[in-house]
Design a binder for this molecule. Structure first.
Ligand SMILES: [Zn+2]
Ligand SMILES: [Zn+2]
Length: 264
């Protein structure tokens, strides 16, 4: 069912209506129009009496527009990418002033004459009796529904540029969990936070609390003892628990001259 309606004062079918936001957005993007097509449509559809148009405007899906909307390849591209077979008609081609003549591809309301123009467009012809070559630009021919669909497809959010940062970060919670969960002996599997434990161990090496050969990602006995030593000295802890709070951790990394982000 089609309900002929008037848009910008001219009869239009639903197919035309659906493509307009896309057409207007594209024409606007290249500066061909300011806002919309109001005042720029010169002939609508469902007009059987216009002899010059040879019946192409008798059904739906066909509009004429001002030449200023179609007189460059970029402008025609805006229409053509939006599912319109749009031509820039020149005065020497027929009994008319320069204008744009467009047929919506895939519109079921087209007159027989307009259908023939779509077939000519698909073959790269101008859709006139002269059957000359199409003026271009050639674009992949798709019907208006397809055009609307691919236009509406939300563009994927760009992936955030990966900040390549070599500042490691450790989480206090992760380290605490490693301190109590890691098996005490080396040679067993590494825990999920081994990378962070290794950062801690490296800081303990740099501050003289741990031997380098004990840097293994295990929060095992040697690591616990090294941390306890650090706590006794710097936190004056009587019974050091073997894991560091935020202030202690930041202090350790500062003393080790390491840039490490400390998180919760
Ligand atoms: Zn026309
Ligand atoms: Zn239609």
């Amino acid at each position: 069912m089609t309900h002929p309606r008037r848009i910008y004062g001219h009869p239009a079918c639903d197919c035309i209506a659906q493509t307009l936001p896309m057409v207007e957005a594209r024409l606007k993007a290249i500066g061909a129009i300011k806002h919309d097509l109001s005042g720029l449509v010169t002939q609508g559809c469902y007009r059987s009496r216009n002899k010059a148009s040879a019946g192409t405007h008798a059904g739906g899906g066909v509009w004429d527009v001002k030449a200023s909307l179609v007189d460059t390849p970029a402008k025609r591209l805006a229409w053509r990418e939006s599912g319109w077979a749009m031509w820039h008609r020149q005065p020497h081609e027929g009994p008319w002033a320069a204008h744009g003549h467009g047929v919506v591809i895939g519109c079921p309301h087209l007159s027989w004459a307009a259908r023939r123009q779509i077939r000519a467009y698909r073959r790269g012809r101008n859709g006139l009796r002269s059957n000359r070559r199409d003026q271009g630009p050639r674009v992949p021919i798709r019907n208006w529904k397809h055009a609307v669909k691919s236009w509406r497809k939300p563009s994927r959010p760009k992936p955030k540029p990966r900040r390549h940062s070599d500042t490691p970060s450790v989480s206090i919670n992760h380290l605490r969990r490693a301190r109590y969960a890691d098996p005490p002996k080396p040679g067993t599997g590494l825990g999920p936070f081994a990378g962070e434990v290794r950062v801690l161990e490296t800081a303990l090496v740099k501050t003289g609390w741990l031997r380098r050969q004990h840097v293994d990602g295990h929060y095992g006995t040697s690591t616990v003892q090294a941390v306890q030593g650090f706590q006794r000295k710097h936190s004056h802890a009587r019974r050091p628990d073997g894991w560091l709070g935020p202030r202690e951790l930041r202090r350790l990394f500062r003393l080790a001259r390491m840039r490490v982000k400390v998180t919760k």
